[in-house]
Design a protein around this ligand. Structure first.
Ligand SMILES: *Cc1c(COP(=O)(O)O)cnc(C)c1O
Length: 487
């Protein structure tokens, strides 16, 4: 078969992200020409289930009529005008809605039989940017200046989690701790510290032998990861150089390999951080907008943000990926009033936040974000998300019978399936074997598209995926593992 003309152009002119281009140029790429609901359609007319929601961005499926309509209506007015010196309609309306959903009523009341949630600030202000990295970059600079202006020393320090990923711009990379991505740029980065990521399956503190269940359920430890955090904070305080902020992904670390946190970790960690006077910076870029689902059995609460599952309110919250429902690049950094106030002053004091991008507050992005938020809050989509979360759990459970499946970890509407040589010893495959990528290629041949993180296959469906389609995704994964690694 001769190569599609557009695929040839891709090969001739494009450089793809996170891609070894030498491998890329070896075979004809799948060239997407259309989408419909949870499906992607290629130039040859093949249909695929979009099992990682187009790299974790898509919420409601492709060509969702209400979202398409929101873009069209806005387009008839204006596509973009600058936020430097001008306000605009959808950006104002969206900021109001974001502040509303980021401060859910009852968050700090605590449920019956549960400790009252942590007091935290109200998230009061919205700073727009373009993607996850820029949202983190803005938050980082806000926290840095806030710390300096409130007398916490000339050189604020940041603490983040092991294997953290917060984006690819230099500030965001400095907060990250994935050597494979970050080591090459060490010379460009500023120093940050890390504490052990709470990752029960491969935690050095977990004394439990592997079982055929999510490692969080049978972990044997004494929260040593939290003790390590406390010691770090304590040591920094004693040396007179306390941390200015703790940066984290709440409930589950995505690019770290879908590392879910045991229940109660975030609440406890946040309390320690607050005790030591540091800010909490939540990276909700992957976890936000309902992705972390519902706690089984909890019929009353359905927080849109992962922090709120644990009753934690950060001082800064970064949002991107799902903000526009996966339609357009747009991001937001939400801040507390007191951080905002630290930038107020007479012009000549030069306290202005000197930071911003050309497309800040883009009207098309804001308009579709508003439509996406409306959909998220509609009762019928809520019910669909509950069903989908249950279906995902049920479908995935059949994979435990495969010896190459070491761990299956699900948080709401996101799951990671870790492939190993031997589940009884959690023994990994060598990285160069690209086991995860080979399994995903076998899945693509069966009409299911996703991308692994190392040897962790990610399942992150658009919320409109049906139970039958989720079953097909897991079937393709099951068959892909057997074909690649034997049964
Ligand atoms: C994707 C991601 C980012 C970076 O977002 P981009 O839009 O790719 O710049 C940052 N943090 C987390 C947790 C992410 O998943």
């Amino acid at each position: 078969m001769t190569m599609n003309r557009l695929a040839r152009l891709d090969h001739k002119y494009l450089w793809h992200p996170f891609t070894q281009m030498k491998d890329w140029l070896r075979e004809e790429p799948i060239l997407i020409v259309a989408g419909e609901g949870p499906e992607l359609i290629d130039a040859r007319g093949n249909r695929y289930l979009d099992a990682n929601a187009s790299i974790w961005t898509n919420l409601h499926g492709h060509r969702r009529p209400d979202l398409d309509e929101a873009v069209r209506v806005q387009l008839e007015r204006i596509a973009h005008s600058s936020a430097l010196g001008l306000a605009n309609e959808p950006a104002s309306l969206l900021a109001e809605q974001l502040v509303k959903v980021a401060n859910p009523p009852g968050l700090f009341r605590g449920k019956k039989g549960e400790a009252a949630a942590l007091p935290g600030p109200r998230l009061a202000k919205v700073f727009y940017s373009d993607d996850g990295s820029t949202a983190m970059e803005a938050g980082l600079k806000m926290a840095y200046e806030f710390a300096r202006r409130t007398g916490r020393g000339p050189k604020p320090r940041f603490l983040s989690l092991g294997a953290a990923y917060h984006g690819d711009t230099i500030g965001a990379v400095s907060l990250g701790h994935i050597d494979l991505f970050h080591a090459a740029y060490r010379g460009l980065l500023f120093k940050t510290d890390q504490v052990p990521s709470p990752f029960c399956y491969r935690c050095r503190f977990n004394k439990a032998k592997p079982e055929r269940a999510d490692a969080r359920e049978y972990r044997r430890c004494r929260w040593e990861c939290l003790k390590a955090l406390e010691q770090r904070l304590e040591r920094a305080r004693k040396r007179g150089r306390p941390y200015s902020a703790f940066v984290f992904e709440p409930l589950i670390q995505g690019a770290a390999g879908m590392r879910p946190q045991p229940e109660g970790w975030l609440r406890r960690a946040a309390a320690l951080v607050r005790d030591h006077g540091a800010l909490l910076i939540a990276d909700e870029i992957m976890t936000g907008f309902g992705r972390t689902g519902f706690r089984p059995g909890d019929k009353t609460r359905n927080p849109l943000f992962a922090c709120h599952h644990e009753g934690v309110q950060p001082d800064l919250m970064a949002l991107a990926k799902g903000l526009t429902g996966g339609y357009l690049p747009m991001a937001a950094t939400l801040s507390s009033q007191s951080i905002f106030d630290a930038f107020l002053g007479e012009y000549a004091e030069f306290k202005t936040f000197f930071h911003g991008h050309s497309y800040t507050g883009n009207q098309l992005g804001a308009a579709v974000s508003l439509a996406s938020l409306r959909l998220l809050r509609a009762p019928e989509t809520l019910a669909a998300r509950r069903r989908l979360q249950r279906a995902l759990t049920e479908s995935l459970s059949r994979l435990w019978k495969l010896p190459a499946v070491g761990d299956i970890r699900q948080t709401g509407l996101v799951a990671g399936v870790e492939l190993v040589k031997d589940w009884k010893r959690r023994e990994p495959w060598p990285a160069a074997a690209q086991t995860g990528a080979r399994v995903c290629r076998a899945m693509a041949r069966r009409g299911v598209l996703t991308r692994p993180v190392g040897d962790v296959v990610v399942i992150m469906p658009p919320y409109c995926m049906s139970e039958e389609q989720i079953e097909r995704v897991v079937e393709a994964l099951d068959a892909g593992i057997r074909e690649t690694l034997g049964s």
